[in-house]
Design a protein around this ligand. Structure first.
Ligand code: SAH
Length: 249
């Protein structure tokens, strides 16, 4: 019998269910199985009609294997926080399928990534060209992360930092702040914690302040490093795209 299953990797946004796309909602409603980390599953539990399979952090590979197995016969969704392509489950699924040649039909349903939800809370810090970088060295050696950070700073991009810190990984944050200080100086850094979640916090700081008090940054935080054009005014950060050079208001 031909298989009827399909695997959806569904982005569920940064936290607030209002930021779930219509498509994500429909796919979750139609899924016979929904797999995900406990904290993400919690946010969409009331939408799902099929069976929910929860797992813990660190069990991603097992979760993907299970989802692929189920998707051979059933409509299956694997949920991913924010957008699945941005440090999410999409690449794990794609790599797994590519390397194991698993025969499964899969589709990624995009979601609102933390950057898109956080930048407007600061004002408009991401307006044009920017670089998105993760400080997690679980999959990539630190030397490569540092090289990319240096290049992005030298290129005068606004740099958006995901995975800035964790209990085991405060060192990378400190090293990154020292690189920023050296190349760009003590520039304003926009910080948003728990975007659209309980405990949402927004503030502006600097590399020196973070070095002196790294505890203020945790794993639920996203950072925006300003570039040479970024302005701080009235507690907001704006990186002009150039309209004011082109138009008289
Ligand atoms: N796929 C997710 C990113 C997962 S990586 C996305 O598209 O947003 C995990 C990192 O994302 C966290 O360490 C943090 O830097 C950032 N992040 C995810 N959700 C966040 C939120 N609600 N508030 C602040 N940062 C968040």
């Amino acid at each position: 019998m031909p298989s009827q299953g399909k695997l959806y990797v569904v982005g569920i946004g940064p936290g607030n269910p209002e930021l779930l796309t219509l498509k994500a909602k429909r796919v979750l409603e139609e899924s016979e199985f929904v797999l995900g980390h406990r904290t993400y599953v919690e946010k969409i539990r009331n939408i799902v009609k099929g069976k929910i399979i929860e797992s813990q952090m660190g069990e991603e590979v097992e979760r993907v294997k299970k989802a692929i197995q189920l998707a051979k016969s059933y409509v299956t969704s694997l949920v991913s926080g924010g957008d699945p392509s941005i440090y999410g489950m999409a690449s794990l699924v794609a790599e797994y399928i590519y390397f194991t040649k698993a025969n499964v039909n899969f589709e990624v349903v995009p979601g609102v990534t933390a950057l898109c939800a956080a930048s407007p809370l600061l004002g408009c810090v991401v307006a044009g060209d920017h670089v998105v970088l993760s400080l997690s060295d679980l999959l990539i050696p630190w030397e490569k992360i540092e090289k990319r950070l240096k290049m992005a700073l030298k290129g005068d991009f606004v740099v958006v930092i995901y995975n800035p810190s964790s209990k085991k990984r405060v060192n990378n944050l400190m090293k990154a702040m020292k690189v920023i200080l050296k190349i760009r100086g003590n520039v304003p850094i926009g910080v948003v914690k728990n975007v659209t979640r309980k405990g949402e916090t927004v503030f502006i700081t600097s590399p020196e302040e973070i070095i002196n008090d790294p505890e203020k940054i945790d794993m639920h935080t996203i950072l925006f490093i300003s570039n040479s054009e970024t302005i701080v005014s009235n507690g907001k950060i704006v990186t002009p795209r150039g309209y004011s050079k082109k138009y008289r208001w």
